[in-house]
Each structure stands twice: as C-alpha cells, then as structure tokens.
Design a protein around this ligand. Sequence first.
Ligand code: ZN
Length: 233
Amino acid sequence: MSVTLNLFRLQQLDTRLDQVNARLNAIQTALENNAELQAAQKAQAAAEADLLKAEKALKHAEDESARQRIKLEQADSSLYSGHIHNPKELQDLQNDVAALKRQLATLEDAQLEAMLAIEEARSRFEAACTALTSTQGRVISQNSSLQSEHDDLLREAERLASQRNAVLPIIAPASLARYTSLRQEKRGNAVTTISDNTCDTCGALLTPGHAQAVRFSTEIVTCPSCGRILFSN
Ligand SMILES: [Zn+2]
C-alpha cells in the first residue's frame, strides 16, 4: 500500500507542478507581449503619421498661396504703374490679374481644407495618445499583479520540487518507471483512487478480491479496465 501511497503523492505533486509551470509560461507570454498595448501603440503611431502628413500638406498649400500672392502683387503693380499705355497690353495684364485672383481663391480654399484636415488629424492623434496612456496604466497594474502571481508560483514550484525530491528516493525504480510511462500514456492521471470497489476514473467495478489486493498488497495493482494504478486511501 505504501508504494501506491507514495505514487499517489508523487502524482499530486506532479499534477500541481504541471499546473504551476503552465501558468508561469502563460504569465511570461502575457508580460512579454501584450496585444492590447501593442495595438494602442500602433494606433498612436498611425495617427501621428497622419498628423505629420496633414501638417506637411498645409505647409505646401500655404507656400503655394504665398507664391501666388506675390505674382498677383507684381501683376497688380505693373497694371497700376502707369508705364503701360498700349490698350492690348493693358487688357492682357488685366486678364492675367483676374486669372491669378481666381487661382489664388482656389489655393486659399485648399489651404482652408488643409487646416480643417489638420484639426481632425490632431484630435484623432490626441484621442490615440489618451487611449495609449490609459492602456499603459492598465497594463502596468495588470503586469504588477501578474508579476506578484509569477513570484508566488515560482516559490510554490521550488517547494513542490523539494517535496518531489523527498518522495522520489522512497519509490523503487521499477515502480517509478511504471508510473512515469503510465502518466504519459494517461495524460497525467496514472494513479487513481477507488471508492466502493470501483475505479474512480473509469468506473469499472472490481471484484472483492481485487479490491482487497488494492488495499493490502505490497505490489502495484492496476484497474482491469483502464490500466491505471489503483490506490485506496
Ligand atoms: Zn479504471
């Protein structure tokens, strides 16, 4: 019986160790790459790029308007300089001034649109910054609770490992080998308890003699149906 008691105890430790290690891995992954934070960082970078593009477009529109205004001033001053007397030349110049004014109006419209586009891009950028800041805050507090859970689990893993090391030497190598291969085969559940002469895992009913053997034999007794090592507590 003590053989199966030790194997049962070993399995409890191994099961908990597996859970602890799985959780440690999940926490490590969560700490290393937080999808929510990465998405917020990406959104902020995209909004910033849009804002810079809008600012560049406004600068371009302002330069174009300024150039156009200079051309218009030059044409205007020629027109009113009194140096041009030829009616055909004067008419041409008047036409030029009118055309330049129309073009300037179009350019100023474009400039206004560029300013509006900047306002929109700026408010989108500010919203993305606010979202990033709040995501960072959330992730930091989430991470600190994950970090403390991580530390607790590490300590538990060490404790389990030392308990495991204490159990291992009192189990015969052949029994340990049997447990190890069964545990792989049965996905972690190599040793199972019995209740009312029934295997608690597969539900197979044991003969009274078989159940007696589980209780009193010094050898390993397995379930006739699922093959697991049976343990009576
Ligand atoms: Zn069974």
